[in-house]
Design a protein around this ligand. Structure first.
Ligand code: PEP
Length: 483
């Protein structure tokens, strides 16, 4: 990653943008375009392609970050135990409501109306009455008969099925591990490749996150874990999951199949609230600007969805097919950026939290109270910027969570910490500087910040720092006026 001063970007949005890489953008020049348009984090979806392709994407993202002179982070998203249909004879099958279909063992269905899946123990784990959702929930089945070697299901909601489409079993307790052998291999590779975030799909418990965290640690890596919330079990254990993870993704694609789609908007708000309580960054994902896969403009509903996610308190919004396989990847990023700027320009509406909950578990009371006060001070003084020197990024995250509408510059001499800040709402990462000497830190920040075009003469800065008496505590606020 470049150590040089970042190229000034006109006005970054406070809300961070995550873009999924794919054939539509996976070459350095296009990735640079997306970075210039506002992308902070690129997602490499391990569910598609092989290791060599993923490594190629990681290399190209780094090359693009360097070319753009920006700090850009990488999220590798593990596929998790996604169950898929096997091959269908002829590639597709019409399923009329009221008809029957049968799940059989093996990879290939020989009889008309028979289905196979990639999940071998399915027939052993199904119970009478279980619901099976196929093809993103467009086709719904109910299990009516269990025989040796087959499960007969009634089609409750009909539709068209295609080979290898997704199979969801809401509420069915499956024995499949969340972090299976292939995901472990991919996680080891991602940790070794030095990526910043590893996403765990279909999380059901905090223990699964701990297992991934210790795998990453055993590789000597610093990658942070993102818990993808898409199972009803995760909602039952939400607080412990959020407390354990480093960040969260509201994976609305599978979530909207695993729970009633009508509940997704409210559940999204509950997850965001939990992330605010526990000071964890949260990404809202899937179909945010979906129609922009094929059109230059989103629907009004999509634009409103992005804005509402920000008003709910999302730290980042994610693009999937829009940038991976869509026709207009750059336009989609630009649009998300514009919606974010327009939404953030009404701070009073976009402030989902008033004061930190100092009683919340895992929260550092001194850091929280100091960052909250610093933000208020900056607002009162009309300061242009809050500056925080952060070794691990934790204090920068705390400032971010307070949603002061004063841009925050997060300074760190750790490249890994700077890249983590790519998910922190309102935090601009700035490399370098000693963190235990306020005067030297201020001088460094003023010099680098001026060169990068972040501030000018007469600006007021509020610096959040430590006395140095306790190295890990941020307990000091300094106000500085540039002359
Ligand atoms: C989702 O289900 O919304 C999601 C983000 O996961 P994936 O893209 O891996 O299906």
């Amino acid at each position: 990653m470049s150590e040089s001063s970042p190229r000034p970007r006109r006005r970054p949005s406070q809300t961070k943008i995550v873009a999924t890489v794919g054939p539509a953008c996976d070459e350095p020049a296009k990735l640079v375009e997306l970075i210039e348009a506002g992308v902070d984090v690129f997602r490499v979806n391990a569910a598609h392609g092989d290791r060599q392709e993923h490594q190629g994407s990681v290399d190209r993202i780094r090359e693009a970050g360097q070319a753009a002179g920006r700090v850009v982070a990488i999220l590798v998203d593990l596929a998790g135990p996604k169950i898929r249909l096997g091959e269908l004879p002829g590639g597709e099958m019409e399923c009329p409501t009221g008809d029957e279909v049968r799940f059989v063992r093996g990879d290939v269905a020989h009889e008309p109306g028979d289905l196979t899946t990639t999940y071998e123990p399915l027939l052993d784990e199904l119970q009478l009455g279980d619901r099976i959702m196929l093809a993103d929930g467009t086709v719904a089945l109910a299990v009516e008969r269990l025989d040796e070697g087959s499960a007969t299901c009634r089609i409750v909601q009909g539709g068209l099925l295609r080979s290898r489409q997704g199979v969801n079993l809401p509420g069915v307790k499956l024995s499949v591990p969340t972090l299976g052998a292939k995901d472990r291999e991919n996680a080891r590779w991602a940790a070794g490749a030095g990526v910043d975030f590893i996403g765990l799909s279909f999380v059901r418990s905090a223990d699964e996150l701990r297992a991934l965290q210790s795998l990453i640690e055993s590789e000597g890596a610093e990658a942070q874990v993102i818990a993808k919330i898409e199972k009803p079990e995760a909602l039952e254990d939400l607080d412990e999951i959020v407390q354990t993870t480093d960040g969260v993704m509201v994976a609305r694609g599978d979530l909207g199949v695993e729970i009633d789609i009508a509940r997704v908007p409210v559940v999204q708000k509950e997850i965001i609230d939990a992330c605010h309580r526990h000071r964890k960054p949260v990404i809202i994902a899937t179909q945010m600007l979906d129609s922009m896969q094929h059109a230059r403009l989103p629907t009004r509903a999509e634009a409103t969805d992005v804005a509402n996610a920000i008003l709910d308190g999302a730290d980042a919004c994610m693009l999937s097919g829009e940038t991976a396989i869509g026709r207009y990847p750059r336009e989609a990023v630009e649009m998300m950026h514009r919606i974010a700027l327009a939404t953030e320009s009404v701070p009073r509406r976009a402030r989902p939290v008033d004061a930190p909950d100092l009683a919340a578990e895992g929260v550092n009371q001194i850091t929280e109270a100091t960052t909250f006060a610093a933000g208020r001070l900056a607002e009162e003084l009309g300061a242009e910027t809050i500056v925080v020197a952060s070794a691990s990024g934790q204090t920068a995250l705390s400032l971010s969570k307070n949603r002061h509408f004063v841009p925050t510059i997060g300074v760190s001499d750790s490249q890994a910490t700077l890249r983590r800040m790519c998910l922190y709402w309102g935090v601009i990462p700035l490399p370098g500087a000693p963190t235990n000497n306020s005067a030297a830190l201020l001088e460094h920040v003023v010099q680098r910040g001026r060169a990068a075009g972040y501030f000018a003469e007469g600006d007021r800065l509020v610096l959040v720092s430590g006395t140095g008496l306790r190295t890990t505590r941020h307990n000091m606020i300094v106000v500085h006026e540039l002359d």
